[in-house]
Design a protein around this ligand. Structure first.
Ligand SMILES: Cc1cc2nc3c(=O)[nH]c(=O)nc-3n(C[C@H](O)[C@H](O)[C@H](O)COP(=O)(O)O)c2cc1C
Ligand SMILES: C=C(O[C@@H]1CC(C(=O)O)=C[C@@H](OP(=O)(O)O)[C@H]1O)C(=O)O
Length: 363
């Protein structure tokens, strides 16, 4: 397995859901940057599991322990290594799944690929738990971007078919993108949030789960960052997003809606703002030719409904080679996207910071 990504700043994620710990090694962080540890812990808590109606009951503090890369709270230029101990594991929940794989999870493909040697407990290295180390790396990247006045934030755009207010992609401010993340349930419109919560609780009480769309934006990216073809802003963000378990789609700007628009509707007209070239709209989501336009970068990420559900499902018994029924026990998120909102922010920050470093090295 290779769980490594990035060029100028790179991230390796290690560990399994039920191993002694999980963590990351981040290379390429320039020396001399102060890390706000309290802000990082607060960011980690937005993702941490346990205790809320939309969360798995598994309780973990998710407080990172830094083994290298910092002197005091200041980056020293050496690779940054951080671990989180796993404390609240219950591996017996997974005993039966070695024989009877969960539909929709990675149990079966892992069994075939790793010949039974994979760590199946808690979903092993496939688990959403591995997004905690991504939040360590991404939480730091967010802080580094803020030094350059780039602000990243996200909200639940849709849950179980219930819509939050769509962001105005052209008018977005730093305050707009940060605001949902300051709430326990990260939406713009709290009434929509109430309805989403009700839908999640209802799905959970029906032993089922729901999917969702997370909308993320970065405000303050300068014009000219990114490359055409394979090293563009879209490529970098999408590659990171598909590292988040349960992500099935990523769209930028108007995304798939663009396919039903006319050129005259979709083009973002230029205008002069003093002596600066500006745009009248931002259907492009802040990216043209893979390169940032200076407008907010806006994208949406589709999360599938949690596969581990408690209704009886059809599966197979891999030992007997026969059809089998699966009745799951265990602790699972009824909607993974709620806790994944900060994860989307984290990967966005990592992708953009990597591209910004590239731009600075070129000059
Ligand atoms: C924050 C987060 C929490 C998750 N929690 C669960 C969970 O409790 N139960 C589950 O079956 N899947 C959960 N997932 C999704 C699975 O890890 C994922 O579906 C599985 O590894 C298979 O990968 P794939 O869906 O990308 O194909 C979670 C994902 C994230 C990002
Ligand atoms: C622990 C977390 O979520 C876990 C993600 C997960 C999965 O299959 O992705 C399955 C569950 O694992 P367990 O059976 O060990 O409780 C979740 O609780 C976390 O996100 O930190």
């Amino acid at each position: 397995m290779s769980s490594h990504i990035g060029k100028n700043i790179s991230v390796s994620v290690f560990g399994q859901s039920h191993s002694a710990g999980i963590g990351c090694v981040v290379e390429g962080i320039p020396a001399g940057h102060q890390i706000d540890r309290e802000a990082l812990s607060a960011f980690m808590r937005r993702r941490a599991p346990g205790g809320l109606p939309w969360s798995t009951p598994r309780k973990e503090a998710d407080e990172p322990e830094f083994l290298g890369g910092l002197v005091g709270d200041i980056t020293c230029g050496a690779p940054l290594a951080a671990v989180i101990r796993n404390t609240n594991t219950r591996s017996s929940d997974y005993d039966a799944l070695r024989r009877i794989p969960r539909p929709g999870h990675a149990d079966y493909v892992a069994e075939v690929k790793f010949g039974g040697h994979q760590d199946a407990s808690g979903g092993g290295h496939f688990s959403g738990r591995l997004t905690a180390p991504l939040c360590i790396a991404g939480g730091i990247a967010k802080q580094l971007l803020e030094e350059s006045d780039v602000y990243v934030g996200a909200h639940l755009r849709r849950v179980a078919g219930i819509d939050d207010v769509a962001w105005d992609m052209h008018a977005l401010t730093a305050e707009d993108v940060i605001a949902p993340g300051e709430k326990l349930f990260p939406v713009v419109d709290d009434r929509a949030g109430e309805r989403m919560m009700d839908a999640i609780v209802e799905a959970r009480s029906n032993r089922d789960s729901v999917g969702a769309v997370v909308e993320c934006a970065a405000v303050g990216m300068p014009v000219g960052v990114g490359e055409p073809m394979f090293d563009g802003v879209e490529n970098a963000i999408a590659a990171y997003c598909f590292g988040i378990p349960a992500v099935k789609g990523v769209e930028f700007g108007r995304g798939f809606e663009a396919a039903d628009m006319k050129g005259s509707e979709h083009n973002d007209p230029y205008c002069m703002d003093g002596d600066r070239v500006a745009f009248r709209s931002n259907n492009a989501g802040g990216i043209l030719g893979g390169i940032s336009t200076g407008e907010p970068i806006v994208f949406r990420v589709a999360f599938k409904p949690t596969s581990s559900i408690f209704v009886e499902q059809d599966s197979v018994d891999l030992k007997d080679g026969a059809d089998a029924k699966l009745s799951l026990k265990g602790r699972h998120d009824p909607c993974v996207a709620v806790r994944a909102v900060p994860v989307v922010e984290a990967v966005c920050a990592l992708a953009l910071y990597d591209l910004l470093l590239e731009e600075r090295m070129d000059r």
